[in-house]
Ligand binder design. Structure first.
Ligand SMILES: Nc1nc2c(ncn2[C@@H]2O[C@H](COP(=O)(O)OP(=O)(O)O)[C@@H](O)[C@H]2O)c(=O)[nH]1
Ligand SMILES: [Mg+2]
Ligand SMILES: [Zn+2]
Length: 328
């Protein structure tokens, strides 16, 4: 007879949901979530960070962790791996709390392979400035965007062709889809396969419809108004990651449309308009904001038709809304 000595082995997993002090994760190679707690040492670290003026969530949806199992089927997280990237936003201000100018950063999700930015032809109408804002946020967080223009079955004035050309020319993957006719769904499904994909876009563009068509087991509610817009006040964004196939994950973030580009300086904004980058170094001033400065190579490129006026217009509007006083 063998006497098995109990040894604790660390297992790898990925965080799928965080609810208060419960950390849900899927162990690698498995399908079902288990609930974990954090080992005590993290709480100390967290308390220390919280005293500082600036801190970033140290554990978030998408983080790879190592954990050990308890007898009751729950687990304890021992180690959190370094992130490849993450998407974050300023923590919403809590009414009544006092803030001394500190910037708190909430991580929406980590280790994201694709940000699938979903827009629609109508209902809501396509708005390139909204798309450009989301692209800037993705670029500044080192995330890989994929643009989806949905509801092309409603495209009577044929706007799809124009935008597809524009965004493909500057190097983006642009997929036109219809959850009505299934057009483009195979292409989109190939792009999200074997990756962790964050779906992003305004309410009503068809995110849930597209996801249901690609992965029927999700059975998401169609036409559901996010909890954010129904209340008109800030609610905490709680992201959730769903495993749809082996190695393929979808991250659903109900309040994410409120995320603004985070911590971008006016003089850096141009770097996140990918087609500006090759011209920026030729500007006369290295602090050029490509607005009105003499010798601006970006402005010259717009005049020569090398940069689209619509993108430049987005840039100027975004420049106006960026705070001047960001110091890191
Ligand atoms: N005509 C058309 N309607 C769509 C399409 N995709 C979604 N819709 C409709 O748009 C509305 C919002 O869809 P939903 O998937 O809930 O959008 P979400 O808020 O982004 O998740 C619903 O009434 C859908 O039936 C499409 O490709 N074509
Ligand atoms: Mg939805
Ligand atoms: Zn310039």
């Amino acid at each position: 007879m063998f006497l098995l000595k109990k040894i604790k082995i660390d297992i790898k997993g990925i965080i799928t949901k965080i609810e208060s002090k419960d950390y849900y994760l899927i162990p690698s190679g498995q399908d079902n979530e288990i609930i974990c707690s954090l080992k005590g040492k993290f709480k100390k670290e967290y308390a220390m960070k919280k005293d500082k003026l600036f801190f970033t969530d140290f554990i978030a949806v998408g983080d790879y962790v190592e954990f050990e199992m308890n007898k009751d089927g729950t687990g304890v997280i021992n180690r959190i791996e370094k992130r490849k990237n993450y998407l974050s936003r300023k923590l919403p201000k809590v009414r009544g709390a006092s803030y001394r100018g500190e910037r708190l950063e909430q991580v929406v999700a980590a280790n994201i392979d694709n940000v699938v930015i979903v827009t629609s032809v109508h209902f809501p109408d396509f708005n390139n400035r909204v798309l450009d804002r989301l692209l800037v946020t993705a670029e500044s967080s080192h995330l890989h965007p994929i643009i989806v223009l949905n509801k092309i079955d409603l495209d009577e004035s044929r706007i799809t062709k124009h935008w597809k050309l524009l965004y493909e020319k500057i190097g983006y993957k642009f997929i036109s889809t219809s959850a009505e006719t299934n057009e483009g769904l195979e292409i989109l499904k190939k792009e999200v396969a074997e990756r962790k994909n964050l779906f992003w876009g305004h309410s009503g563009v068809g995110k849930s419809s597209l996801l249901n068509k690609m992965f029927p087991q999700l059975d998401l509610k169609i036409g559901a108004v996010s909890q954010y817009s129904s209340k008109g006040t800030h609610t905490t964004v709680t992201s959730k990651m769903i495993k749809v196939e082996e190695n393929t994950f979808i991250i659903d973030t109900p309040g994410i449309r409120e995320i603004e580009p985070y911590g971008i300086r006016k003089s850096d904004l141009g770097h996140y308009f990918v087609e500006f980058v090759e011209y920026i170094n030729s500007c006369k001033f290295n602090t050029c904001t490509h607005n009105h400065e003499p010798g601006c190579a970006v402005l010259e490129s717009v005049e020569k038709g090398l940069i689209s006026e619509q993108r430049y217009d987005s840039y100027l509007r975004m420049l106006e809304t960026i705070e001047d006083d960001i110091n890191f």
